[in-house]
Structures are given as C-alpha cells and as structure tokens.
Design a protein around this ligand. Structure first.
Ligand SMILES: *Cc1c(COP(=O)(O)O)cnc(C)c1O
Ligand code: SF4
Length: 342
C-alpha cells in the first residue's frame, strides 16, 4: 500500500540500504523461506555464534528452494562442520597481522597498499579468510585519511590504492565519494582498485551517485568483484556490472575454489563464460585460505590441478583465471603451476 510515510521513506533511504535492513540474519527465517526443514536448527545456530548468518534477499532469491546442496546456500549457511577443529586451520592464515602497518592499512606487496575501509559486508561467506580479523580500530575513518597520505609520502613507489574491507561499497555514497575523491586528488596515486562483492550480492548498491563518483575520477579504476558460481550472476547483477563497465572501469573477478560448490570443471567453465557475458574477466582462482572453521571447503591439491587442467583445455586463455595461493611473507600471491608435462 502506498502511503505518505512510505513515499517519504523511499525518498530518504536508498533502496539498497532498505534492502540491507531486511537481509536474513536468522537461520530459521532463511530455511523457512527456502522451504527447508528447521528440525536440526540447534547445531546450525551454534555454528553461527562467532560469525552470524547474513544474506541479502536478492542473493537468497537466487538459491533454489528445498535444496540443501544448493551452491549458493552452502556459501552462506552456518554449518556444524565449522565447529570441528583442524590443526592446520588457523585464525590468520594469510599473515594479515604482520602486514597491518597502520590502522586500516595493510601492505604486503610492492607498489600497492590495501585500505580496510569498513569491517561490514552485505553477506557472510562461511569460508571468509577475514572472518577472524580484528576490525575494531582498524578501518579507514576520516581521521585515518591522513595516515594513508603519510604512508604514501614515505613510500613514493606506491601507485595503487586498493579499497577493501569488509566491503568498501558498504560505505554510504557520501562517505565513499569522500574517500574516492581524496584518493583521486593525490597525484602519486595512478590506480584505484575496489575489492567488492556487493555488485553480486546486492546489485541495487550500484546507484547513480556511485557511478557519477567513479566516472568523475581521472585515475584508472579497477573493480574486482567476487563470484564463485554462475548462478550468482543474475540479470540484475549483469545490469549493474554493465553500468560499472560504462564508467570506464576495468572489471575483474576473483573466485575461491570451494569443495561442494564449484570444485568441478563444468561449473568453473560456466562461471568464466558467464562473467565474460557480464563484461568481467576472470582474474584469480584462489586456493582456500586455511582459516579456522573452513576445513570442510578444502580440496586436495591434485584434484584442484585436475580441474584446472580441464579449464585450460576448454577455454580461451583470457577466460582462464590465474590459480593462486596466498602464502604469508611472500612478495606476491603465489601462482600454482601445473606439474610439468615436459
Ligand atoms: C591480495 C592482496 C593485494 C593484491 O594483490 P594483486 O596480486 O595485486 O591482486 C594487495 N594487498 C594485499 C594485502 C593483498 O592481500
Ligand atoms: S564478502 Fe568478502 S570479506 Fe565479506 S564475508 Fe564474503 S568473502 Fe569475506
């Protein structure tokens, strides 16, 4: 029903923020929505204790009802397996703590620095390597822009700033454009990169205001989205990616190799093809970071190699993502080359 107060509400709050307020945070609600039994709820709730369920309605609408094995559902549903301790799965498998050079700043690699803009995301991916990261006091607020600038002045070889998180597009349009304009005004910065899953999980986040901010920058803008399965790339997502592309940005995707979700050649080949239809090139295929609670998503290396070989055989080179692993202390992400056939 359209009432005056409804109209005011839609005028004052952008759709995406309203959508965030109605995201699923309760396992029982999500299971009921998907026509799944809530019988075993106790175990699931327990798994969610440290890292709660969070799924946008938009993403949930792409999950097939009544299917526990749905590849999108498995990425977001807390699972009792998360509570099983595995000795080699730890809280900071990628060495972010050592790279945390100033509040909200990580530098691991030459020439580029990563800014933690916020700890917030629109979805909680169960395999997330940042699920244990200490975000409090570690995000780039207005007061920390100065420390970014100081770091850049001291390191004149840095030409690229990566906005990450959490998800940098969880910032309001006003805050995001303040940060983006600030970076645009630093002559040392040649490239601004965004690492975001929001175009995929909340396509309405791509607002006209955001597009204007991106278009106005004379820097090279790179947007690295995060998608793991072709079912994630709905029509709405494709439209949002097209508008991002039309700002002049370069669109890339990263995927995590996840057991039971995308650990077969067919799915990953479909994903690459669909990404290209959505104006996005596959960039990285990450081997899972061994973060506490994610062991049930891990695959054996020989299986990953087998799948990767198949992808290489069937796709043109530009649709094959680089297979990488992040090892703490290494000067770059480590490319995993296939066992030599020579
Ligand atoms: C992954 C990562 C980057 C980006 O690495 P690229 O290989 O340039 O994509 C930069 N900084 C940190 C801290 C990272 O974890
Ligand atoms: S969107 Fe990215 S940072 Fe956020 S929970 Fe998922 S993997 Fe982690």
């Amino acid at each position: 029903m359209i009432t005056m107060s409804n109209i005011e509400k839609t005028l004052s709050t952008p759709t995406w923020q309203t959508e965030l307020q109605t995201a699923f945070t309760n396992i029982s609600d999500l299971l009921t929505y998907l026509n799944l039994s809530t019988e075993a709820l106790g175990q699931y709730d327990k798994a969610a204790e440290g890292f709660p369920l969070l799924v946008t309605r938009s993403y949930a609408s792409r999950i097939q009802p009544a299917n526990w094995q749905d590849p999108l559902l498995r990425q977001v549903l807390p699972h009792p397996d998360e509570l099983v301790n595995q000795a080699d799965f730890i809280n900071d498998p990628v060495g972010d703590k050592e790279a945390n050079i100033a509040p909200g700043l990580l530098q691991k690699y030459q020439g580029r620095v990563l800014v933690i803009t916020t700890g917030a995301c629109a979805i909680h991916c169960r395999y997330c390597f940042r699920r244990e990261f200490q975000y409090s006091g570690n995000s780039a607020h207005q007061s920390q822009l100065e420390s970014i600038q100081q770091h850049l002045v001291k390191h004149p070889n840095i030409h690229e700033v990566i906005l990450s998180g959490g998800d940098p597009l969880m910032l309001s349009d006003t805050k995001f454009s303040a940060l983006f304009d600030f970076l645009t005004n630093l002559s040392q910065v040649k490239r601004i990169r965004l690492h975001t899953r929001l175009p995929v999980v909340l396509p309405s986040r791509i607002t006209p205001e955001l597009l204007t901010t991106l278009r106005a920058s004379h820097k090279k803008v790179i947007i690295v989205i995060h998608s793991n399965h072709p079912n994630e790339l709905s029509h709405d997502v494709a439209n949002s990616l097209l508008s991002l592309k039309n700002t002049g940005a370069t669109l890339l995707n990263q995927t995590v190799f996840l057991k039971g979700i995308n650990d077969d050649p067919k799915t990953l080949i479909e994903l690459s093809v669909r990404l290209f239809d959505c104006h996005t090139l596959p960039y990285y295929l990450h081997v899972l970071d061994k973060v506490t609670g994610s062991a049930h998503f891990d695959s054996k290396m020989h299986h990953i190699h087998h799948v990767y070989q198949q992808i290489q055989k069937e796709l043109p080179g530009y649709l094959v993502p680089k297979l990488v692993k992040e090892l703490p202390g290494e000067p770059n992400k480590t490319q995993l080359n296939l066992p030599s056939l020579a």
